[in-house]
Ligand binder design. Structure first.
Ligand code: SIN
Length: 321
C-alpha cells in the first residue's frame, strides 16, 4: 500500500533541447533534408499514444531548455541543463528526468551530466534518427521508452535510450549516421532493454559517482571553463595543429591516438612541449572498442574506457579544480 502511495506521488520532468526528435521536413519521406529543433517538447509528448498507460497515474511536466541542432551544443546550454536537472531532482516528488536531445552529441551531454549530477535519481536522454514529420518517426517510441525507464525503480544515474536499448552515459556512442539503432555501448553491451513498455536490465550493477569538481562546473561562468581541445593522430599529422592551439591559449589537449594509444611522431614533440608549458595532455585511442592496454605511454592516460570527446569533458572538469 505504501509503495502504491509513493508511486502516485512521482513526477517525471521532460526537458526539451531540440534535435531530430523535434525536427521537421517538407516531405514525410525525407529523413535527411530536415531542420532539427522545430517542435516544442510539449508537442512531442502530445504526439505519443499510450503515454498514460506507461505513466499509470504518475504525472509529467515539461520544460523547453533549448531548441538546437546538437552539433551546435555549447557549454552554456550544458550548464543550464545541469542546473535545471539539479533543481528538479532536488524536489522530493520528482522521480527523474527525461531529456530530448539530438543524436550527434548526445553521448557528450550524457557524460557531462553524469559527471556533475550528485543524485542517484535517473536522468534519461532520448532522441530520434528520423524527424517528427516522417511517415514513421522513431521519436515517439523512444520518448515513451525513456519515460518507462525513468519510472523503473532500478533506474539510476544518467542513461540514454534509443531503439529499445538502454545505455550507460560512460559507454554510449553514436556509431551510425542513419540507422534507427544508431547507438552502441561497444563491448560492454547495452545496460538493458525496453520491451513493450517493460524494462529489462542486463545487470543492475553499480552506479558512477559525480566528478569531484561538479559544483565548480555549475558555479563558474562558462566563459571561465578551461579550454580543452581534441587532437586526432592520423597519417600526415602536423605539429602546427598543436602549436597553434597552445599559442591560442588552450589549457588541455585530449589526443585520440591510433590503435593502442600510439601517436604520430610529428605530434609527440609538440605535445611534450605543450606539457612542459603547463598544458594538460591526456591520451585516448581512436578505436571504437576496447581500451589502451599495457602501454608505457609518454602521455598521461585519459580515464579508462572514455572516448576522446568524453575524455575532453572529464579533463575540462579536472582543470576546474
Ligand atoms: C542533432 O543532433 O540535433 C541532429 C541530428 C539528430 O538528432 O539525429
Amino acid at each position: 500500500m505504501q509503495v502504491l502511495d509513493t508511486k502516485k506521488m512521482k513526477k517525471v520532468v521532460v526537458l526539451g533541447t531540440g534535435g531530430t526528435i523535434a525536427g521537421t521536413a517538407a516531405s514525410a519521406n525525407d529523413h535527411t533534408g530536415y531542420t532539427a529543433g522545430q517542435l516544442g517538447v510539449q508537442q512531442l509528448l502530445d504526439a505519443i499514444p499510450g503515454l498514460n498507460d506507461v505513466l499509470q497515474g504518475d504525472s509529467l511536466q515539461c520544460v523547453q531548455v533549448a531548441q538546437l541542432d546538437s552539433k551546435d551544443m555549447d557549454h552554456a546550454t550544458w550548464q543550464a541543463l545541469a542546473q535545471r536537472c539539479a533543481h528538479w531532482l532536488a524536489q522530493p516528488d520528482v522521480g527523474g528526468i527525461v531529456i530530448t536531445h539530438g543524436t550527434d552529441t548526445l553521448e557528450e551531454t550524457a557524460w557531462f551530466l553524469q559527471q556533475v549530477q550528485r543524485t542517484t535519481k535517473p536522468v534519461v536522454l532520448t532522441c530520434a534518427m528520423r524527424p517528427a514529420s516522417a511517415l514513421t518517426p522513431d521519436g515517439p517510441q523512444n520518448l515513451l521508452d525513456a519515460v518507462a525507464v525513468v519510472l523503473d525503480p532500478m533506474a539510476r544515474g544518467v542513461l540514454a535510450v534509443c531503439a529499445g536499448r538502454i545505455h550507460n552515459a560512460r559507454e554510449v556512442q553514436k556509431i551510425h549516421p542513419y540507422r534507427l539503432d544508431a547507438f552502441s555501448s561497444g563491448e560492454s553491451g547495452p545496460r538493458g532493454w525496453v520491451e513493450q513498455g517493460r524494462v529489462r536490465w542486463a545487470d543492475p550493477g553499480s552506479w558512477p559517482m559525480a566528478h569531484v569538481h561538479a559544483s565548480q562546473a555549475m558555479a563558474l561562468s562558462v566563459a571561465d571553463w578551461p579550454w580543452v581541445a581534441v587532437v586526432q593522430s592520423h597519417a600526415g599529422s602536423d605539429a602546427r595543429q598543436v602549436q597553434a592551439l597552445v599559442a591560442a591559449g588552450v589549457k588541455g589537449l585530449v589526443v585520440a591516438g591510433t590503435g593502442n594509444g600510439t601517436v604520430h611522431q610529428s605530434l609527440l614533440t609538440a605535445l611534450a612541449q605543450a606539457q612542459a608549458e603547463g598544458v594538460a595532455v591526456r591520451l585516448t585511442t581512436r578505436c571504437a572498442e576496447g581500451q589502451i592496454v599495457g602501454q608505457a605511454a609518454a602521455l598521461q592516460m585519459a580515464p579508462t574506457g572514455l572516448n576522446a570527446y568524453k575524455a575532453r569533458v572529464s579533463l575540462m572538469l579536472d582543470l576546474m579544480g
